[in-house]
Each structure stands twice: as C-alpha cells, then as structure tokens.
Design a protein around this ligand. Structure first.
Ligand code: ATP
Ligand code: MG
Length: 688
C-alpha cells in the first residue's frame, strides 16, 4: 500500500535524503547528519522517526536519545503528530508512541534497573544528584580525615568534579589533574584514596550517581550476552546533539549497534559546549570511521531559523574560531534588522533595558513565551529576576535552581528515598536529622545497626529509641513502616509522608506557607508517575525548573518569559533573544584556566546563544558587572570590556545602541579598562 507522504514535501533534498536513508531497504547503514544551527537537524530526526514508523517500524523498538527529557517529549509529540496525520486515528494507540525516548541517563537508569540482578546491582538502587554525591564525597572525606579546614584539601564539589571527569573521559587521575586541576595536583594520592572510598560507599549504600548510570551501562555493554540482549531490543537508535556526548556514550552506542546498522546521530561541531563534562567533539568526527561500512554522511547548510542579519552576525562570530568542520550557513529569510549591541551602565540598567523591550514586544503582539533571556552562568540573572518580580512579569528559569533544590522538597524526597532504599545513607541521614533529639551520632548508630540486616526497615523497628527522641522517633518508625508496607498506595503515600514531615517543617522554618504549598505541588507532580521508583528516578535525573513564584512547576497555560543558561537553551529557538553580560570575564568566563581550548568553547557558547534567535537579537554589554566571589578578590564590581568574540571588525554586523540615551561621553562603548585593585582583599587573603 502506498502511503501519502505529504509530510516529506516540506523537506529540502538533503533533509529528505537523511529521512529516507535505508528505510525499508534491508539493513540500514549508519547515518551521520552534521550541520550548523537551525538547519533542521532535530526536525529531520523527528521526520526520520515518523517516516520509519509510517513504513512499518515498531515504535517500541526505536531508541531515541536527546539532551533533555523536555526535548525527548517534544520530539515524541512531533512524531505522533505526523504518524497520526498519515495513518489516521489508528495511529493513536501504537504508531508514533515511542516508549524509549529520553536522555542517556534516563534510559540508562531504566535498563540498569531491568537488568540489575544480572550485573550485581540491587534493583532498589536510588540515584544521587550532584548535591547528594557531594555530600557522600564529604562523608567519605571526613572518614578518611582529609578535612578541608586543616589541610586546604579541595572542596567536596571540586573532588566530585575531578572524579566525574576521570570517569566520563576514561582518563587517569594524574592526567585530569595536570590538564584541568593543576592546583590540586599535590593531592593525587589522597584523591585516589578518597575516590576508592567513595566508590566503595556507593556500593555499600546501593546508590548510583549520574556518572554511574553511563559507566555501569557502558560496562554492561562489554558483556557480549547482555550487549546482545539489550542491543537486539532496538531496531533503530537515534541520538540528537551528538557533539555533546562523551567517550562513555560513544562506547554505549558502539555496544548497542556494533555494526552501526540502524544507528543515526545528528550534531554540530560548532555547538560543542559540554567539554567540562568530558564531552568530546571527536565522537562526531570519528563516527564515520567507527563502522564498516562507514557511515553515510549528510550535511545541511540552509538555515531556516534566523533572519539574514542574525545569521550573518552569528557566522561572523564562529568564523573566527580556530577550528571547525561544518560550513557557513545561508538562509533565504528576509534580511531583517541587524542584531543590537546594547551598551548599558551596569546590570541594573541591563535588567531595566530588557524589561522595557520585553514589554514593548508584548505590546506589539510577541508573547512572553516567544522571548528568552540567555546568560552564561545562572547567577547572572539575579538582578533581572528582581526587576521582573518588581514589575510583576512571570518567568520560568531553566538551568538554574531547581524546584528540587529547596530544602523542604529534598527532605520529603529523602524520606521516600530512604523507604525505597534504606541503605541510602545520605537520604537516611537527612531524614533522621530532622527528628528533634537526633544528632549525627545517633543517626549514624541507627543507620549502622540496620545496614547489615537483610530487611533494614524491619530492623529499624528494633533500634532502641535514642533517649532524647522518644515519641518523635516512634512517629518516624510508624511512618516508615506504613510507607514500606504500601498502606496508602502510590501516589497517596505522599500524603502520609507529608503528614509525618509537616510538623518538622513548621518547627524548622519560618516561611511555612510557601513551603507547604510546594509540598502540595510535589504531590501533584508525583501523581503523574506510575510508581515511587519512577518518580524518584525521573525527578532526580531531570528535575522541574524554578519559576518566578520560587515554587512549583510552571503553569503551562500561562504566559511567561524564559530565562535560561545558554547550556540549557540548546536546540531551542525564540522570536526574540536577549543575551546578558556579553563582556570579557563572562563571555569568555574568567572561571576557567584560560586555555585556548576553553576560550574556543566559550566562543561556541556565544554562537549557540546567538543562533537561538529567529527575528530579533540583543547582546547586552554592561560597563560594570558584579562578580560573585569566584576569584581571589571575592564579590566586587569590575569594569568590563565588550567580549573579545566581537572584535571591532565585526561591529558593522551589529547596530550599536547605548541605553538609556545619555551623552556619549558617559554612555559610549565600554573600552578596556584595568579593573580596580582590591588591596584590602589581598591582605585578608594572606591570612586565609
Ligand atoms: P540546532 O542546531 O539549534 O539544534 P537544528 O539544526 O536542530 O537546530 P531545527 O530545530 O530542527 O534545527 O530547525 C530549526 C527551525 O527550522 C525550526 O523552526 C524548524 O521547524 C525549521 N525548519 C527545519 N527544516 C525546515 C524546512 N525544510 N522547511 C521549513 N522550515 C524548516
Ligand atoms: Mg536541534
């Protein structure tokens, strides 16, 4: 039966080649789509999945991995839409409903749980987010006696970053220290011991951290029988944003599809921005050679997203890159207005400028949701958040503080995690310390007592009540028992957990009203998941973002402005885009070690930011900005110069504006000025 293929008509010939590659014609050799921003890579991938499904592929045997769960959901929606349009309502039940779409980490967690027993894991394992991981690192560090105050040992977060880089890049500690953490090189022996202890603790506690999800998965794929079993579940494996995967992820793909048949990856080397997580652009460049027969390569060079003026400026910025493989893009969209390079005095003016423009746009019909403000680092948006709150403009912030980071939400989740996996010591500690009269010593004693038991929660009932805890301890035991026995069932058990937690919440915090509201939200979110385990796993891997209410998930039917780190804006587009702090020190950031590889990555970051805009782009350049104690001089204002990624010779590509409109002598373009020297801070630093 020939099917109407109208959905293919809108594609250009290269996109169509990628969509139709190997469909229906026996084995399907590997495919690489490598192309610049906005050239339709994601769109092509979605069409390819739909086209496969329409031509008989089983959507339950397609594995689709994207950079965020949001991106996976969006892609699934598009596939379903196309499949339904072509196949009618019959498509609703099965066609296009992908059951394996998500992030590498999310898919990894699911597969590991399914195969847990065969790889020596307890399927009840819980997952530690970065903060839990850092806490565990800290526990181990204390046990080993590497106390920071005494020895200036690297901070727990630094230890975790070093560990994570070793694991993800598959590099020995010495090499990682030498290349990325030279100031920690003197601690190599202690760090080795610490990491060994950390790995040991994770296993005893039956927890996996983010990195483990990839590491265990990659290890599983080195077992031929398991690799075969897992690989044969999927006829097609698709990966978007392949430039931001690391060596472990490449090895997982190789394990899933050793011949490369049915494997499609798409990406853009000019947008590679995750090397701090050991992502490597080599993955995409080596992909064609990794298989025999070699992968088919499709390149796309037409941009459909941005006006000519915006694309021209973005091309100008990326043209100055030291090394790149994808070609310059072209578009036949209208020329449009040149992107604005806006000079403002400071971050307060920057915030006011943006609010004014955003409201103007809204007046002329561009909703808030069609506008986004992007920044290098989450803290850069603080002055803007204040201004938006003051002016009553709702916003949602991506990539910053998460709903789950709030202490009270973490407390509730810790209780559920402890019930799920009583050996999760970080969770156990957290809940027990909420009980009045329980300090670290009694918590430790109780956790030690139950950790060896076959049924730790049953053993908990036999732990004698710590002398000062009395009735509160018994309340805790009761709550845990009921939760364990599933008396209320999921998701109602959240209410049981809340019943136990709220008196503690009231005792610990002053602003209980908003916090209680958050817990109601949490219960609502929970009701969207089929089980406690899925809820905990998925929330930890991809937590909802914070909103202007500081609480809860965004109300989807409301209009709100998007605030996002550039990293979290990957793959998305808006009609209007504002980029904050386009100054040296922010872009490129002065946090790195300043190697040329790092500077190049910062350039790509600005390119990613600029290419998010469809019609209207503003790069804002404050003359002064505030640093947040990230360098030796602590918090202070510094004078800034326009980012070096926009040198004078590119200025003709921009429209230069200063705001507010004041005399050019004070509001002219910031020039390079030496930052003030804070001698006082230096003096204080000498005694630290
Ligand atoms: P990025 O590199 O930022 O991830 P991308 O290459 O994945 O971008 P898409 O997001 O898929 O690009 O597409 C960019 C925009 O171009 C989208 O709005 C998409 O709908 C549109 N687009 C893609 N292909 C076509 C086409 N053939 N005709 C019209 N519009 C298209
Ligand atoms: Mg994309």
């Amino acid at each position: 039966m020939s099917l109407p293929a109208t959905y293919l008509d809108g594609l250009n010939p290269e996109q169509r080649r990628a969509v139709e590659h190997g469909v229906g014609a026996g084995p399907c050799p590997p495919l690489l789509v490598i192309a610049g921003a906005g050239s339709g890579k994601t769109n092509t991938l979605a069409h390819r999945v739909a086209h496969l499904v329409v031509n008989g592929a089983d959507p339950h045997r397609i594995l689709l991995m994207t950079f965020s769960r949001r991106a996976a959901a969006e892609m699934t929606r598009r596939v379903e839409r196309i499949a339904r349009r072509v196949m009618g309502d019959g498509a609703r039940g099965g066609y296009g409903a992908l059951s394996w779409a998500g992030t590498f980490h999310g898919i990894g967690a699911r597969l590991l749980r399914e195969h847990a027993e065969r790889i020596g894991l307890d399927p009840a394992f819980t997952i530690h987010d970065r903060e839990d991981s850092a806490d565990l690192m800290n526990l181990v560090r204390h046990d080993l006696g590497f106390s920071k105050t005494e020895s200036r040992f690297p901070a727990k977060a630094t230890c975790l970053s070093i560990y994570s880089r070793c694991v993800n890049a598959g590099l020995p500690l010495d090499q990682v220290l030498g290349a990325n953490y030279p100031w920690c090189a003197g601690w190599a022996a202690e760090l080795k011991q610490l990491f060994a202890g950390y790995v040991d603790a994770k296993q005893r506690h039956n927890v996996l951290d983010y990195d483990d999800l990839l590491l265990y998965w990659a290890q599983t794929m080195t077992e031929p029988a398991l690799a075969d079993e897992i690989g044969s579940r999927f006829d097609h494996v698709m990966v978007d944003e392949y430039q931001d995967t690391n060596a472990l992820q490449a090895s997982i793909l190789l394990g899933l599809k050793p011949e490369g048949r049915g494997l499609t990856v798409v990406g853009d080397d000019a947008q590679s921005i995750y090397s701090f997580r050991a992502a490597t652009v080599r993955n995409i460049l080596d992909f064609p050679k990794a298989f025999s027969p070699p992968a088919r390569i499709v390149t796309l060079d037409r941009n459909y997203r941005s006006t000519q003026a915006i694309l021209g400026a973005a091309n100008g910025v990326i043209d100055l890159a030291a090394e790149r493989f994808t070609k310059n893009l072209w578009t036949d969209r209208a020329i449009g207005a040149r992107p604005q390079l806006v000079g403002v005095r400071d971050e307060a003016d920057q915030a006011r400028y943006i609010v004014e423009r955003v409201l103007e746009h809204r007046e002329s019909g561009t909703t808030l949701k069609q506008q986004a403000v992007l920044f290098r680092t989450s803290s850069h948006s603080a002055p803007l958040e204040l201004e938006l709150t003051r002016r009553n403009i709702p916003f949602v912030k991506f990539g910053g503080l998460k709903f789950l980071d709030a202490a009270h939400v973490k407390d509730m989740l810790a209780l559920l995690r402890f019930v799920q996996n009583p050996r999760d010591r970080v969770a156990g500690f957290r809940v027990m310390l909420l009980i009045p009269g329980i300090g670290p010593a009694s918590a430790q004693k109780a956790l030690d007592a139950i950790s060896a038991a076959a049924d730790p929660l049953a053993a908990l009932a036999n732990v004698p009540s710590p002398p000062r805890a009395g009735a509160d301890w018994r309340d805790f035991i009761d709550a845990v028992r009921e939760l364990r026995d599933g008396v209320a069932g999921w998701p109602a058990e959240i209410e049981r957990a809340r019943l136990w937690y709220e008196p503690h919440l009231d005792r610990i915090h002053d602003d209980v009203a908003t916090r209680r509201a958050d817990l109601v939200q949490l219960a609502q979110i929970a009701s969207g998941y089929p089980s406690r385990e899925r809820f905990l796993t998925e929330l930890t891997l991809d937590p909802p973002d914070a909103t202007s209410d500081q609480a809860g998930v965004p109300l989807l039917d409301e209009d709100y402005l998007i605030l996002s780190t550039i990293h979290s804006a990957k793959g998305q587009e808006w009609k209007s885009v504002f980029v904050l702090n386009v100054v040296d020190g922010c872009m490129p950031s002065d946090l790195g070690t300043g190697t040329s590889a790092e500077i190049e990555e910062e350039r790509r970051l600005l390119y990613v930011a600029m290419t998010r805009a469809r019609d209207d782009l503003h790069l804002v350049v404050p003359q002064r900005f505030f640093t947040h104690g990230q360098n030796a001089m602590g918090d202070r204002h510094v004078y800034a110069a326009r980012s070096r990624f926009i040198p004078d010779r590119l200025l003709t590509l921009f429209e230069r504006v200063s705001w507010p409109h004041v005399a050019p002598s004070t509001a002219g373009y910031p020039t390079r000025q030496a930052p003030p020297i804070d001698i006082g801070a230096r003096m204080r630093g000498m005694w630290r």
